[in-house]
Design a protein around this ligand. Sequence first.
Ligand code: ATP
Length: 306
Amino acid sequence: MIKVEGLTKYYGDFLAVDGISFEVKSGEIVGLLGPNGAGKTTTLRILTGYLLPSSGNVKIKDYDIYNDLREIKRIIGYLPEQTPLYTDMLVYDYLSFVGDSRGIEGESLLQELKRVADICKIKDVMHKPISELSKGYRQRVGLAAALLGDPEILVLDEPTSGLDPNQIIEIREIIKEIGKEKTVLFSTHILSEAEATCDRLVIIHKGKIVADGKTEDLKRGGERFSVDVELEGVKGADAVDEFKKVKGVEEVEIKQENGSVRLGVYGESDFRREVYSLIKSKDWQLLEFVRKSETLEEIFRKLTRE
Ligand code: ATP
């Protein structure tokens, strides 16, 4: 449905998107996940036809961004990061205006307004000025506008950014509902968000793809042996140096250092006995020793660390 091939974007000398390729299949909900500045907005703006790439191509069904912009804009509903709402308009008038500009008129427009108002649960605010709506409701109006004309694909840029936890859940439910019938690609820097909503994740960092796969597979791929250790009587950096010498240990990170030091210790095999022997031999005070399975959060952090 969406095929991104070797996409690159320079802003002047700055390489914001660095040759990325990925696909979104029909009916999938895919999360484009990455920290601030990773290149998510740039990528989404290119594949919705609002920005040209420096090189590479994007195909949406059989259309490509160089030759078929009009068709691409017709089959994609796009919710940009800053929802472009005319705040002095009534919700009804604003959505009518957007529908009208997409060539939806008369009875079809009335039906479309009813349909999107139902999906986005905005019926009770249709006759209010947008300026009086909460951020959550404004975002739902933005989503409703993106849905007008029943596009096959929805591209949503940080749809829950700046919302409170209840509003986030509401928007997430709407996206899941929409995703039952549509292909959805949305960006977020919040991992739990992507995990709760998406079939598949594409993780980008500094303009490059660092992971692409089903949420479950990404988790399984990251299943290394992992232990959290909390110690007293040693500096974090010294403990890291010593732990790294232990057979089977591949990586050690300081999770917290404040009186005691909490370390995450990672490796391919069970290194608990060796680590415990080290702690005893050094006479460090052991406060906690817990085996952990690596969470998607840790995998994400590792993939997107500086
Ligand atoms: P955020 O979540 O903060 O919006 P993002 O992943 O969406 O981040 P982009 O907005 O695509 O990232 O930006 C990628 C990089 O390109 C950032 O370093 C940003 O500062 C830079 N950038 C974005 N737009 C421009 C521009 N018009 N001119 C110059 N640099 C830009």
